[in-house]
Design a protein around this ligand. Structure first.
Ligand SMILES: [Zn+2]
Length: 156
């Protein structure tokens, strides 16, 4: 199951204990998988990115208007927000913190996590990819299959 990014929960007021539920990026048990690329690795915005770089018009966000327009990278990405958990550009020699996350997905299954994030750097115009998978993450389908197999094996 893939869920769209939800707004981050508000930070607890000072004096209150932090929320117990782990966040997607807390207590990671594995290293992150990372990559830097000149175009999106995520399955979105690739076509538009090429158009923006090529000076071709791209679709105006429906919340702002309609039709197509030639946009700068900054204008095109203006509706994206930085991810405060991972604000830094991963590109060698850049290190900018001026990034915009254009893709985020996470899956939780029985307390195990899989997630991926990709951000565009406004300084170097490269994309920083981060993804993570708990070592023993199983999808519901894998879990059910193994459960049935173990029941079948035990019934003999
Ligand atoms: Zn950068």
């Amino acid at each position: 199951m893939v869920h769209a990014a939800a707004a981050a929960p508000p930070a607890p007021a000072s004096g209150q204990p932090p929320a117990k539920a782990p966040r997607y990026c807390d207590a990671l048990q594995q290293p992150l998988e990372t990559a830097v690329s000149p175009e999106p690795r995520a399955p979105v915005h690739r076509v538009e990115w090429r158009k923006v770089l090529g000076g071709e018009p791209v679709e105006i966000n429906p919340s702002l208007g309609n039709g197509f327009k030639v946009m700068s990278v900054a204008e095109w990405s203006a509706r994206w927000k930085s991810n405060p958990d991972f604000p830094g550009c991963l590109a060698e020699g850049c290190g900018s913190g001026d990034t915009r996350e254009h893709y985020f997905t996470q899956t939780w299954c029985r307390g195990k996590r899989v997630w991926a994030s990709e951000a565009l750097c406004l300084a170097c115009h490269r994309f920083s990819w981060r993804s993570y998978r708990d070592p023993d993450f199983k999808t519901p389908e894998q879990y059910e299959k193994e459960l049935w197999e173990s029941l079948a094996a035990g019934g003999k």
